[in-house]
Design a protein around this ligand. Structure first.
Ligand code: R5P
Length: 323
């Protein structure tokens, strides 16, 4: 009779060690599980070398790695997946708190790439059996994968934090049409009006705000977006909302990409009473933004890892009725 016992091991790349360690602490507390050790080194020309320090043959392996820039974060993830496959891991799950390259999700003009699909192909070909990620720029990107895909929502964590503010007379604002679905979940939860800003983007990273659909005069506003990159979208929206008479503006953003110091400057000069972000990206610039609070999503990821291993429902973690 076989006495094989299923086992799982969790490893992290270098992109977001603070979050991975926080996930590790949650797993340690819940299941007595430590993070596994994986050596990651570089050749002198920068090529990445990976070796799992422990035996992972037959184990379910979870690899935590956000794929924000630098691009070697993605390469590191692919190499970790490949090394795990070649070491005979049973199942490999790529846990990608921030899924980089997801904004290019369609051919919106001739002769461009669909990078979200390209990255999905790379992760699958490297040998991942499953992907867990959070607040994709467009949830259709799930369909770019032909392997199981779990999409987590930061809203579950943000809701708890926002509730503590005891705000009333609320309006929830999406700074662009693409973010309506995300904003609608907040509007529904807080029984608030939904307001949309009609944003046009003449070229990458250049935003021109056109119009506001709805009323924010005299309201406390929750301004919700999935990504703040240059911060043009978010801060232009905040200024417009103030002009239109918003009483206070609370910003909520899952992924603080904050790609330059000017993003920090724009945020510090915007009329934001508070800005909540998550820790899906390890970005030192978050410490330079005033009124910013990081809300950790470590527990959500730890539960998603645990439930995946135990074949439990991931959707039970969320109110998935988002329409
Ligand atoms: C765009 O559609 C996204 O939801 C974000 O609004 C956008 O990526 C933010 O970019 P930026 O901060 O550069 O304006």
């Amino acid at each position: 009779m076989s006495n094989l016992v299923r086992d799982f091991k969790v490893f992290t790349g270098n992109s977001n060690k603070p979050l991975a360690e926080a996930i590790g602490r949650e797993l340690k507390q819940a299941l007595g599980k430590d993070l596994g050790h994986c050596e990651i080194k570089k050749f002198s020309d920068g090529e990445i070398w990976v070796k799992y320090a422990d035996n992972i043959r037959g184990s379910d392996v979870f690899i935590i790695q956000s794929t924000n820039t630098p691009h070697e974060n993605l390469m590191e993830l692919l190499i970790m997946i490949d090394a795990a496959r070649r070491a005979s891991a049973n199942k490999i799950t790529a846990v990608i708190p921030y899924f980089g390259y997801s904004r290019q999700d369609r051919k919106d003009q001739p002769r461009v790439s669909i990078t979200a699909k390209l990255v999905a192909n790379l992760i699958t070909v490297a040998g991942a059996d499953r992907v867990i990620t959070m607040d994709l720029h467009a949830s259709q990107v799930q369909g770019f994968f032909d392997i199981p895909f779990d999409h987590l929502y930061a809203s579950a964590t943000f809701f708890k934090r926002i509730e503590k503010l005891n705000l009333n007379n609320l309006a929830v604002v999406s700074p662009d049409v693409g973010g309506i679905k995300l904003a609608r979940a907040y509007a529904k939860r807080f029984n608030a009006d939904l307001v949309v800003i009609d944003k046009r983007r003449p070229q990458q990273n250049v935003t021109e705000i056109m119009n506001i659909i709805g009323n924010v005069e005299g309201k406390n506003v929750l301004l919700v977006d999935d990504i703040i990159d240059t911060a043009n979208t978010f801060t232009q929206a905040a200024h417009l909302l103030k002009e239109k008479g918003a009483l206070s503006i609370i910003g909520i953003c899952t992924h603080p990409v904050f790609s330059s110091d000017s993003a920090v400057e724009l945020l510090n000069n915007a009329p934001l009473d508070k800005l909540f972000v998550t820790d899906t990206i390890n970005n030192e610039r978050v410490n330079k933004v005033k009124n910013l609070e990081v809300v950790s999503v470590a527990k959500t990821f730890a539960l998603a890892i645990q439930y995946t291993f135990e074949y439990k429902s991931i959707s039970s973690l969320f109110d998935t009725d988002k329409d």
